[in-house]
Design a binder for this molecule. Structure first.
Ligand code: TXA
Ligand code: MG
Length: 324
């Protein structure tokens, strides 16, 4: 339990919010759509705290918020359609999913391991001030616990998340009240992933053609069809390992883990030597990536507790272990 700081929207309060964000804490703040639960998108531990605060059972990709178009362009590749939509609707209630640049500062965990990145430039003076000062992309899902309705006031945020987040910035009621429209611009033709604050007709008017949609994935775990594009190591992954077999790399969790056979492991990564699930979540994607890049031929994973963030970690691990 943390005491959640209640902050106003004056300069001193916004500076305080930014200090908390820059030091890895979660802060809820208003946007023009709904209240967002923000954290530094470049800091996996900070992003892990979002999932923990929301009690999300899985890691779905989060939207990263930027203060202006140029900052967004630096994170991903925009094709002509994406550029046209960004220029027409940003700042505003539109999220664009685009291929991530190799140098994106949005961490793997915020992208749920995908090679794409969800970007949005919000149109709200409080959000803008925070993003300008923060100078890092801010990942922010709606500021409610998983499965509850989105928060449109600071009081809604507190009724769900009080004691679970560092602070809430009260900037009054959010004007739009529904989430941003999400458009996938990773393929040849844009697709609506989630209807929201910008109507389809307005989007089609800018594109000059009809748009396919919706593939409703908003609050659900990623649909099975999306798993192929989800980051997973190339080699087989064996879960709940109580020993390490010859030729396997070991992905372990917690202090003093020494399953039989660990000495012959081709590589060993500990997700958290102190047994901290927030740290383990923060390390999960980079650990899988590192083992993959090392070219290991099999990965054995020792048990990770199923409580708290452990649920999402285990969900992700079972996706990595699923036959492909
Ligand atoms: O209005 C909004 O969009 C609010 C405010 C706070 O900005 N934010 C919001 O974020 O609703 P969130 O995290 O709840 O929305 C995340 C959704 C995911 O469920 C997924 O559908 C989509 O955004 N998304 C984000 N990045 C994606 C990616 N790389 N690929 C596919 N979908 C992505
Ligand atoms: Mg939401």
């Amino acid at each position: 339990m943390t005491q959640t700081e209640y902050l106003g929207a004056d300069d001193a309060s916004l500076s305080r919010a930014v200090i908390l964000l820059r030091t890895g804490f979660c802060v809820a703040f208003p946007t023009e759509t709904v209240y967002g639960l923000g954290a530094d998108a470049s800091n996996p531990e900070a992003v892990a705290r979002i999932y923990a605060a929301k009690d999300r059972p899985s890691f779905n990709p989060l939207i990263s918020h930027l203060p202006n178009i140029d900052a967004a362009l630096a994170q991903g590749s925009f094709n002509d359609d994406a550029l046209a939509l960004a220029e027409a609707f940003w700042p505003g209630p539109l999220t664009l999913v685009v291929p991530a640049h190799a140098g994106t500062t949005v961490c793997d965990l915020a992208r749920a391991g995908l090679n794409s990145v969800g970007l949005r430039v919000p149109d709200h003076p409080v959000t803008k001030a925070i993003l300008d000062m923060a100078d890092v992309p801010i990942a922010a899902p709606s500021a409610n616990s998983s499965g509850r309705i989105s928060a449109t006031s600071a009081n809604h945020v507190l009724s769900d998340l009080s004691g679970r987040i560092a602070a809430v910035v009260d900037g009054g009621e959010t004007p739009v009240g529904v989430e941003s429209t999400i458009i996938d611009c990773t393929g040849e033709n844009p697709r609506i992933l989630r209807p929201g604050g910008i109507p389809r007709e307005d989007i089609e008017a800018v594109l000059g053609r009809p748009i396919a949609g919706e593939t409703p994935i908003s609050e659900k775990p990623l649909a099975p069809g999306m798993l192929a594009s989800h980051y997973a190591p190339r080699c087989p992954v064996r879960l709940e390992a109580t020993h390490i077999e010859k030729g396997e790399a070991a992905l372990v969790f917690g202090p003093n883990v020494a399953p039989p056979g660990i000495k012959q492991a081709t590589a060993i990564i500990n997700l958290s030597v102190t047994g901290d699930l927030v740290v383990a979540a923060a390390n999960l994607f980079s650990a899988l990536r590192q083992l993959d890049e090392k070219g290991v031929t099999a990965i054995a994973v020792t048990p990770v507790p199923k409580t708290g963030l452990g649920e999402a970690i285990n969900d992700r691990l079972s996706r990595a272990a699923a036959p492909r």
